[in-house]
Design a protein around this ligand. Structure first.
Ligand SMILES: [Zn+2]
Length: 302
């Protein structure tokens, strides 16, 4: 990613539809319920999303959510997003999503994607994927992520998906309690863990884990900053200013809307750049290279 001249990096955007695979209508009732809940049915293609971000000079991380075992729907191929990232490497970074129920086969896929450099991180959704983040079932995949020292984003808090459906679409909210990530952070100190969204109704749990475990971060996606819990903004301004990240949850929330509301949500001016860009550069290891000039007195080898 070429971060020069970029105004922000959005660490949380979704690939919504595949251009490789035919549309899989199985589980479409989840889409209709989500349209109703979010009052939007916009599902741009990967290319449309990239064009939108390019116009705004905003870098982006994109992923799908593989919940094939619990939802039964064919996922968007990780390779499709990786290919788009390879073609648009100045602006797009691909994360992969692998259903933890795939166990060792999932770990093999994770290794293939990490080893080739096609993806730079992973995304999990405990509620949609129907697993406790500390379930040993997921550990073979985490081990690969930790080995390659990559970040993993976990959905936390309430889920719009399933909201209002009979039995909530049999999706368990409890799996997305951020406190479950405390154990994962202990077991995988080399994996950077990003808790996605204000973790309502467990905001304080998220802040506590993030304060306690230095490999835990928070992405501020999915909500307009106007509605952030007060304590989230307070910690973003102070103790956790280096570990909070801009994310929109596009196409659910557009970066235009998010960034506009961000300026009036009580964030101190001195943390704006950290949250919008600099923290993401550190997380994604995009640190601008410092070109050190060799002192001439040492040039002769003394
Ligand atoms: Zn999301």
């Amino acid at each position: 990613m070429n971060t020069e001249g970029m105004i922000a990096i959005d660490v949380h955007t979704h690939a919504e539809i595949s251009c490789w695979n035919p549309f899989d209508s199985y589980g479409e009732e989840y889409d209709r319920a989500a349209d109703k809940y979010f009052k939007s049915s916009r599902r741009p293609t990967i290319e449309e999303t990239i064009a939108y971000y390019r116009e705004r000079k905003i870098g982006l991380v994109m992923f799908t959510v593989d919940a094939e075992s619990h939802i039964g729907r064919v996922r968007i191929p990780n390779e499709e997003i990786a290919e788009a990232a390879a073609k648009n490497s100045d602006i797009l970074i691909a994360f992969a999503s692998i259903d933890p129920h795939k166990g060792k086969m999932g770990a093999r896929e994770a290794r293939r994607l990490a080893e080739s450099g096609a993806v730079k991180g992973f995304k999990f959704h405990p509620t949609l994927q129907n697993f406790h983040p500390y379930d040993r079932m997921a550990y073979p995949i985490y081990e690969v992520i930790a080995e390659f020292k990559l970040p993993a984003i976990f959905h936390t808090g309430h889920s719009g998906i399933g909201s209002g459906m009979r039995c909530g679409g049999s999706l368990k909210l409890e799996y997305s309690n951020p406190m479950h990530l405390d154990q994962v952070a202990i077991d995988f100190p080399d994996m950077q863990i990003v808790m996605a969204h204000p973790s309502w109704p467990w905001q304080d749990e998220a802040l506590s884990v993030c304060l306690h475990k230095p490999n835990v971060w928070i992405d501020l996606s999915g909500w307009s900053p106007k509605y952030f819990p007060k304590q989230l903004v307070q910690y973003a301004n102070t103790l956790l200013r280096e570990r909070m990240l801009f994310g929109s949850d596009f196409p659910l929330i557009t970066p235009d809307r998010w960034m506009e509301d961000f300026t009036v949500a009580g964030f101190k001016p001195e943390v704006h750049e950290l949250i919008l860009k600099k923290n993401a550069m550190r997380l994604l290891k995009l640190e601008a290279r410092v070109t050190e000039e060799k002192p001439t007195s040492l040039a002769a080898g003394d």
